[in-house]
Design a protein around this ligand. Structure first.
Ligand code: ADE
Ligand code: ZN
Length: 328
């Protein structure tokens, strides 16, 4: 049996990283962009380690040149998520990748994404909300105008501010100005921490950026005082097991700390991160969790509820999604 149809809530999905390879190839052909080195012979994204992954990711996103490209991307991404039972998702949207960082056109990009999201909600029954995301290795100065984009469009659709990218560069606290600005605009906060930067990076995230969710956070397992802190303060981890295995952050599903973190009281959720890069889907994540840890319907219903509780959407949206979870 597969967990394809059980209703799911996904909190950690990179909008651009969810682009199906065929979609990126099609756009590249239309635009006459050369993507040598981005795909392997079978048409999958080609990378060996995290550094190569980031390079290929940025090369692929360079074909997204207009708001209409983002409209089409959004439909392609949501169609794929809906197929796997996702009823609510939050995606990381990076103004740095919209038309190569054309911040003057940010509202047009956002408008196009929302148009597609509205269509997907009507036709596929999936709800999307956005988290504007800065890129760590582009540095703290570049994060400031990204936070301004987020603040200017904060509301019932752009609900959060976050940070992805190379966590080994600098410290979380270098970005405090941008996170403070976003918080003051009413946005909820998350950052990638403890994927590569160790438990120390998670401490920085909660202390220096005061985030309420952490992207990945799996290296907390190396510091039990931190594990207990996360549990006690109800900090939610956006765990992406398939991504961690594919990028080598953990050696295997069996070695993944998600079950241990959950057993010690941490609120864990499950997401795909950049599904086509890691040849995963929400269904595959659930199937692997069943195979590896024996999780079943009770655990997966609990996951959906934990995720919905931690979602950054408003109360009306949360109530509506809760009903969708109950009905299926
Ligand atoms: N951007 C897209 N995927 C990412 C990941 N797994 N870690 C950091 N930044 C990312
Ligand atoms: Zn991520």
């Amino acid at each position: 049996m597969s967990w394809k149809d059980i209703p799911k809530v996904e909190l950690h999905l990179h909008h651009e990283g969810a682009a199906p390879p065929a979609f990126i190839r099609g756009l590249a052909q239309e635009r006459d962009v050369n993507l040598t080195g981005v795909f392997d012979d079978n048409g999958n994204y080609l990378f060996g380690d995290f550094a190569q992954f980031l390079r290929v990711y940025e090369a692929a996103t360079a074909v997204l040149k207009s708001p209409d490209d983002y409209r089409r991307l959004t439909l392609a991404v949501l169609e794929e998520s809906a197929k796997h039972g996702v009823v609510y998702t939050e995606s990381f949207i990076s103004p740095d990748f919209c038309g190569g960082g054309d911040l003057g056109a940010w509202r047009e990009y956002l408008h196009a994404i929302r148009e597609a999201a509205d269509e997907a909600e009507r036709t596929m029954g999936i709800t999307l909300r956005g988290i504007v995301t800065c890129i760590r290795h582009f540095g703290p100065d570049r994060a400031k105008p990204i936070a301004l984009c987020a603040a200017e469009t904060a509301g019932d659709w752009i609900v959060g501010f976050g940070m992805g990218g190379d966590e080994t560069m600098g410290a979380q606290g270098d970005f405090a100005y941008s996170f403070d600005l976003a918080r003051e605009a009413g946005l909820r906060l998350t950052t990638h921490a403890g994927e590569w930067g160790g438990a120390k990076s998670i401490w920085q995230a909660v202390r220096d950026l005061k985030v309420e969710r952490v992207g990945h956070g799996i290296q907390a397992i190396d510091d039990l005082a931190l594990v207990d802190y996360l549990a006690e303060h109800e900090i939610v981890l956006e765990v992406c097991p398939g991504s961690n295995v594919a990028l080598g952050a953990v050696p295997s599903f069996k070695a993944h700390p998600i079950a241990k973190l959950r057993e010690r009281g941490v609120r864990v959720t499950v997401s795909t991160d950049d599904p086509p890069f890691f040849r995963t889907t929400m269904t595959r994540e659930f199937d692997e969790l069943e195979r590896t840890f024996g999780w079943g319907e009770a655990e997966f219903r609990e996951l959906a509820q934990t995720s919905l509780d931690a979602a950054f959407c408003d109360a009306d949206t949360r109530d509506r999604i809760a009903k969708q979870l109950e009905q299926t």
